[in-house]
Design a protein around this ligand. Structure first.
Ligand SMILES: Cc1cc2nc3c(=O)[nH]c(=O)nc-3n(C[C@H](O)[C@H](O)[C@H](O)COP(=O)(O)OP(=O)(O)OC[C@H]3O[C@@H](n4cnc5c(N)ncnc54)[C@H](O)[C@@H]3O)c2cc1C
Length: 399
């Protein structure tokens, strides 16, 4: 059935692009206009992540995240195969370094099985030695479905798909105001005025602020930025790992811990840590923005968070300031690594939603308000799951 609805998508990260792509491909007749404030797509989270295809090991069974990650990786792999995008299902080894982590690893294995992952199995000492001779483990779990991908190529293909279908992307266009008139929403840019039936807000690190600007309501959650810094493994040491190698994460946090990652270009990196960032879109530990910092520290929820998580927060700051401290996190997985094997790498900033009790929100959070749909929390594995999140938005909120 032909549909003539006009839809504005705010934000040209992987979620905005996936939503636009799914709309123009799955539903004939939709006219999409995507607005992005930067000069190109993917300049924030989506262009600065680990490039991992997460298959759903870590997520609470029954949660939206678990469902969309498991479907999401399969849909993303299909998308890569059809569009010849670089990716590889290289598998992941999750490593427990002591007895208490071994217990958490059992919980993870159970979660993986409940989430429907295939082929998850413990590796005995000999099997681990063959797969990852440099890794030290009390216990090791193989997750064969996990992989790596070039998300830049993914986004480029989605952007082309949107434009080829006759829809539009406007870069350098920040949307800060939406006028609602009956069932229609109006967006005024410097040059034009546009009318839309639906607004889909995918603004990542700004999603709480844009929620308030677009709805004139208080955002239910606050975005607290956590920078993730990487170190590159020098070329002569790339043979240190063959798979993705992860620690058992602390279940209190949505962060997976400093890990070794293979990249689709053959390089290897280690990271990311999770440092409280003093600028939402700041990628160096010297970046500071007064408004962003005040927004975080005067938030009641953050004050509760810091009270409960002071040691964690300081530990992550330390790993940002001291290479030795950062490398020590990597040494837990591969004891033979030394400072000289690494050089400074890139960084990304996570948009992590926090509630007023200081809890970090683990699950994806999407909310509808009138004809506006807001993606309020889409942390990792948001890139892996982007096509599934997009379908979820379309099926549940547009139809
Ligand atoms: C360090 C790090 C590592 C990660 N690793 C992985 C991984 O390996 N695998 C995985 O699946 N996920 C990973 N993630 C998570 C994943 O990257 C995110 O879930 C995903 O990128 C979120 O996409 P997004 O489109 O919501 O946000 P973003 O990519 O941040 O895009 C939001 C866009 O909105 C634009 N915008 C903001 N405000 C406005 C406005 N007012 N008007 C117009 N445009 C606006 C911004 O400029 C930006 O381009 C990682 C994230 C980080 C930070």
């Amino acid at each position: 059935m032909k549909n003539n609805k006009k839809i504005a998508i705010i934000g040209g990260g992987i979620l905005g692009l996936a939503t636009g792509y799914q709309l123009v491909n799955k539903r004939s007749g939709f006219k999409v206009h995507l607005f992005e404030k930067e000069k190109g797509f993917g300049k924030h989270q989506s262009g600065n992540n680990s490039g991992v295809l997460h298959c759903g090991l870590h997520y609470q069974p029954g949660s939206l995240k678990a469902k969309l990650a498991v479907n999401g990786i399969r849909e993303m792999i299909r998308f890569c195969e059809i569009n010849q995008i670089n990716h590889e299902i290289c598998g992941k080894v999750v490593v427990a370094s002591n007895a208490s982590e071994a217990k958490y690893l059992d919980n993870l294995a159970e979660r993986g099985n409940r989430n429907g992952l295939l082929g998850v199995k413990y590796l005995n000492k000999e099997e681990l030695k063959v797969r990852e001779p440099n890794v030290f483990a009390t216990k090791a779990l193989l997750v064969p479905e996990e992989g790596i991908i070039d998300y830049h190529q993914v986004m480029s293909t989605m952007a082309k798909g949107i434009c080829d279908a006759g829809s539009e992307i406007s870069y350098n266009t920040e949307v800060n105001h939406i006028i609602t008139a009956g069932n229609q929403s109006i967006i005024n840019t410097d040059n034009n005025s546009y009318e839309f039936d639906y607004i889909i807000n995918c603004t990542g690190l700004q999603s709480d602020r844009t929620y308030e600007k677009f709805t004139k309501l208080k955002s239910p959650l606050k975005i607290v930025p956590f920078r993730g810094e990487y170190m590159n493994i020098k070329e002569e040491y790339t043979s240190l790992i063959n798979h993705l190698v992860y620690p058992v994460p602390d279940p209190t946090y949505p962060f997976l811990g400093v890990h070794f990652t293979r990249l689709t270009n053959g390089k290897r990196e280690v990271g990311p840590n999770a440092v409280l960032a003093l600028k939402r879109e700041g990628y160096s530990n010297r970046d500071f923005n007064l408004n962003d910092t005040a927004d975080t520290i005067f938030y009641k929820g953050f004050q509760k968070f810091i009270f409960k998580n002071f040691r964690f927060t300081m530990g992550e700051f330390k790993s940002s300031l001291s290479k030795k401290d950062f490398v020590n996190k990597a040494k837990k997985l591969i004891p033979s690594v030394e400072d000289y094997m690494f050089e400074k790498g890139t960084a990304g900033v996570r948009a992590q939603a926090m509630d007023k009790e200081g809890e970090l929100i683990m699950d994806f959070k999407i909310e509808k308000n009138g004809n506006q749909i807001h993606v309020i929390n889409a942390p990792s594995p948001g890139a892996t799951a982007s096509l599934s999140i997009a379908s979820y938005i379309i099926d549940n909120y547009i139809f």
